[in-house]
Ligand binder design. Structure first.
Ligand SMILES: Nc1nc2c(c(=O)[nH]1)N[C@H]1C(S)=C(S)[C@@H](COP(=O)(O)OP(=O)(O)OC[C@H]3O[C@@H](n4cnc5c(=O)[nH]c(N)nc54)[C@H](O)[C@@H]3O)O[C@H]1N2
Ligand SMILES: Nc1nc2c(c(=O)[nH]1)N[C@H]1C(S)=C(S)[C@@H](COP(=O)(O)OP(=O)(O)OC[C@H]3O[C@@H](n4cnc5c(=O)[nH]c(N)nc54)[C@H](O)[C@@H]3O)O[C@H]1N2
Ligand code: SF4
Ligand SMILES: [Mo]
Length: 747
């Protein structure tokens, strides 16, 4: 059963009446279903709780969980999940490539072939000749297990995932500023803030249920201000009191200029700065407040307005709004992260909170919005990247390795001390024949990597085994083996969304055909590769979860109290949560809230991630993007999302209502540019970058800044990533999807 848009609106309206408290996980219920099962939406990092309605063993409807933070609300994607499960493109049998074609095979054949290929490569070329490439959409248990299997079992740190394309700059930002990853605030801050500072986030399309909460906050209190920083007039920008339509890639200067205004207007918090802040420059040298102020002199609004592309007056207004507001909440996403200076952008946003003391109080927080439903809980927290170990520890530190070795029951100093290859280096190594075997789980790199044409040869050469739910995923054109996984509510496990909230995706139905749970696939594969079975003593995902809880317990992540039983009853709990009677933590680093801080700690705040207990205000200069527009390629190409489609479209293109509204990719072109190029709305134009060229239908209007074009990247038939650049942030190694130069030609 699927819903039309009208039905959907009706359903959302009806949901407020649906707040019968404490719906048990599997209760008999009316509404034509046999039972409702509790889960989390499988799409965005908002992490909406859902109730899945099952009849005769099939999911027939999905509605919002009234007890989760979304209070029963869902966006269209979440509400229309049922038809995705039953799409005819589901992979339901293992496949092996024979004579160039993927053909059905038995599980034994597919697993043995994969294990043999990996084993041979490791024996011949060493453990770093293989790798794992996972996802912020995999369950926590799956990523934790894969990371342990490769790092401890196969002795390679080549463990990566799509969060490198997405959240790596946020990880880098938080760890350099606070010494620990992950946001310190929570979604409830939305209801308490009086100023939203939304930077490079199209919240209305990408975190729609959070956006409703933002809009409701604004509607309820006319004093609430919204500042949006985006080179496009997105739907998000339409509710802004102040929209700074910056030049793409040039807004680091804006963040420093706002800091300048804050000091000039005496909106800083000297007491907070004195006690809790430490100033540093790019060389990691410490500085005084006076030296920081000197650094900011270069960023007087009048000096940088032209670089940024907005008026000095608007910059003064932005700084004042942020500083004068009793509480300010920054929300940012890919417009900050997908940049060659993504880490710096993250640091500079946190600076604004640290100089004003607007942190750790209701409504005040530097809050990075996470893209995927489990990039935080699954990949960042479990250490599913090539430089990380579980619960905020890093490969490079011997002390951390030794802790984890002890916890995993492997000999001291047996973990590989060298961080593995980051995502772009991993695919580059495949090009060069240095990585010969790759296991992918829940990601579609042949569509989502930047500068795609460059990486095709590596994907062709490398033995690729893909755990992938849909047969039309682009990456399967390169796969040698395909494993059919249980999808979404066909298996049980945990998702951790943007606000450190862990919630259970309950199993509601059986998987079709020969699909297996990915936890089971990974354990089976590891065993056949010769990994010591004692390392992976799990019969199901609950066992993995229980080990992971234990592993977290000696770290500040400590969520030992988040038991499976609690997850079944409650609709999500925020870590840290050390004991079973602990309610979870809304705000970290605050005495009285964060269980890591003793009750008798002398200060109100403790940024315990850093040795001196202080957060760092970084002096980061303005830097342009890697490939700015120039005379030959005079336009800037940016890429991003539309509300109804998810990433590479493999799921949302199975929903007719959605596919009708966005059948194919297009290019947004500013009307002044269009007039100059004599292009009318609906005409075809060719975009040409230094890497590729492609034709799109033009949507002419005033959404994009003049000189900027925007293309959504969901369309598998128009792979805009053939044009994007693979320049990376030197710190986070995240690619600059948001900015490259191009030409536009009428065809
Ligand atoms: N509908 C939908 N929702 C999603 C997803 C999806 O595929 N579809 N994916 C999820 C995932 S994984 C992610 S990461 C998030 C992404 O969520 P967002 O980051 O909100 O989405 P994007 O469209 O990638 O980019 C956001 C904005 O960055 C702006 N931008 C570009 N360049 C610059 C710049 O130089 N400076 C500034 N300030 N802004 C700039 C763009 O104009 C765009 O409006 O969405 C999540 N939610
Ligand atoms: N041009 C451009 N490119 C971008 C971005 C951008 O803004 N612009 N954004 C980047 C960002 S932020 C991200 S997060 C990445 C995302 O990039 P990808 O992770 O490559 O994109 P998805 O479409 O989410 O891929 C998920 C895959 O898993 C499959 N799948 C779904 N459910 C399951 C399941 O339960 N199990 C298994 N095993 N498979 C499943 C889907 O069919 C799909 O093929 O893309 C990046 N690429
Ligand atoms: S806002 Fe995100 S999590 Fe919530 S229903 Fe929509 S896609 Fe799912
Ligand atoms: Mo993402």
């Amino acid at each position: 059963m699927s819903l039309s848009r009208r039905d959907f609106i009706k359903q959302v309206a009806a949901l407020s009446a649906l707040t019968a408290l404490g719906i048990p996980t599997k209760a008999k219920a009316g509404d034509g279903v046999d039972f409702w099962s509790k889960a989390v939406c499988r799409y965005c990092g908002t992490g909406c709780g859902v109730m899945v309605g099952v009849k005769d063993g099939k999911v027939i409807t999905v509605k919002g969980d009234p007890n989760n933070h979304n209070k029963g609300l869902l966006c269209l994607k979440g509400a229309l999940l049922a038809p995705v499960i039953y799409a005819k493109e589901r992979v339901t049998k293992p496949l092996i490539r024979r004579n160039g074609k993927l053909e059905p095979a038995s599980w034994d054949e597919a697993l043995d072939l994969t294990a043999r290929k990996f084993r041979e490569s490791i024996d011949k070329f060493g453990p770093d000749s293989v790798g794992y490439y996972g996802s912020g959409q995999a369950l926590t248990e799956e990523t934790y297990l894969a990371s342990k299997m490769f790092k401890a079992g196969l002795k390679t740190n080549n463990v990566e995932g799509n969060p490198r394309l997405c959240m790596a700059s946020a990880v880098g930002g938080y760890t350099t500023t606070f010494g620990k990853d992950e946001p310190c605030g929570c979604f409830e801050d939305i209801d308490a803030t009086s100023c939203f500072f939304i930077f490079g986030s199209n919240t209305s399309e990408c975190h729609p249920v959070l956006f409703r909460r933002i809009a409701a906050r604004k509607q309820n209190d006319p004093k609430v201000k919204v500042i949006v920083v985006d080179p496009r007039t997105t739907n998000t920008a339409r509710i802004a009191d102040l929209h700074l339509r910056v030049k793409a890639g040039n807004d680091l200067a804006l963040l420093n200029a706002m800091a300048y205004v804050i000091f000039k207007e005496e909106l800083d918090d000297p007491r907070f700065i004195r006690k809790y802040v430490h100033f540093k420059d790019n060389g990691k040298n410490s500085h005084s407040l006076e030296e920081y102020l000197q650094f900011l002199e270069e960023y007087a609004p009048e000096k940088v307005a032209d670089t940024i592309g907005v008026s000095a007056e608007d910059i003064w207004t932005a700084g004042r709004m942020f500083g004068e507001s009793p509480a300010s909440l920054s929300l940012w996403c890919m417009g900050a992260n997908q940049r060659t200076r993504g880490v710096w952008a993250n640091n500079l946003i946190s600076n604004l909170h640290l100089i004003t003391g607007k942190i750790g109080k209701p409504g005040s927080s530097p809050f990075s919005l996470t893209g995927q439903p489990n990039a935080c809980g699954g990949v960042r927290d479990t250490g599913g990247l090539s430089h990380l170990l579980p619960a905020g520890r890093v490969i490079a530190k011997r002390e951390h390795r030794n802790q984890v070795e002890k916890q995993w029951g492997i000999p001291k100093d047996s973990l590989n001390p060298k961080p593995g290859l980051h995502t772009m280096a991993l695919f580059e190594a495949m090009n060069k024949g240095k990585v010969n075997c790759l296991l992918t789980l829940c990601t579609n790199p042949a569509h989502s990597l930047p500068n795609l044409l460059k990486y095709n040869s590596g994907m062709k050469k490398c033995f690729m085994a893909c755990i992938e739910a849909f047969s039309d995923a682009k990456t399967l054109e390169f796969a040698d083996v395909v494993f059919p996984p249980s999808f979404w509510v066909e298996r049980e496990g945990v998702f951790g969304c943007s606000e450190r909230r862990y919630a259970l995706v309950g199993k509601a139905i059986d998987a079709p055909g020969e699909c297996r749970d990915s936890v089971n696939i990974l354990v089976d594969l590891a065993t056949r590769m010769g990994v010591d079975p004692k390392l992976l003593p799990y019969k199901d995902s609950t066992d993995v979860w229980n080990e992971w809880r234990e592993v977290s317990s000696i770290t500040p992540y400590n969520f030992k109290g988040i038991t499976r039983e609690r997850l079944r009853k409650e609709s999500g709990i925020l870590w840290p949560c050390p004991t079973e009677d602990h309610p979870g933590t809304k705000r970290r680093y605050v005495r009285g809230e964060d269980p890591n801080i003793p009750k008798d700690y002398p200060n109100k705040y403790w940024f315990y991630g850093n040795p001196d207990g202080r957060a760092i205000v970084w002096m980061r200069p303005q830097k342009p993007p890697a490939e700015p527009a120039d005379a030959e390629y005079p336009f800037v190409l940016t890429t991003g999302r539309v509300i109804d489609h998810w990433h590479t479209g493999t799921m949302t293109n199975k929903v007719p209502e959605i596919n009708k509204s966005f059948p194919e990719a297009y290019v947004e072109l500013n009307d002044q540019d269009a007039a100059r190029l004599k292009v009318q709305n609906g005409d075809n134009v060719e975009l040409i970058s230094r890497r590729g060229a492609m034709v799109f239908q033009a949507r002419v209007g005033d959404v994009c800044n003049p000189g900027l074009v925007f293309v959504p990247w969901f369309d598998p038939d128009k792979l805009i990533n053939e044009l994007t650049i693979d320049a990376i942030d030197p710190g986070s190694k995240q690619p600059e999807f948001k900015i490259c130069a191009c030409k536009v030609r009428k065809v």
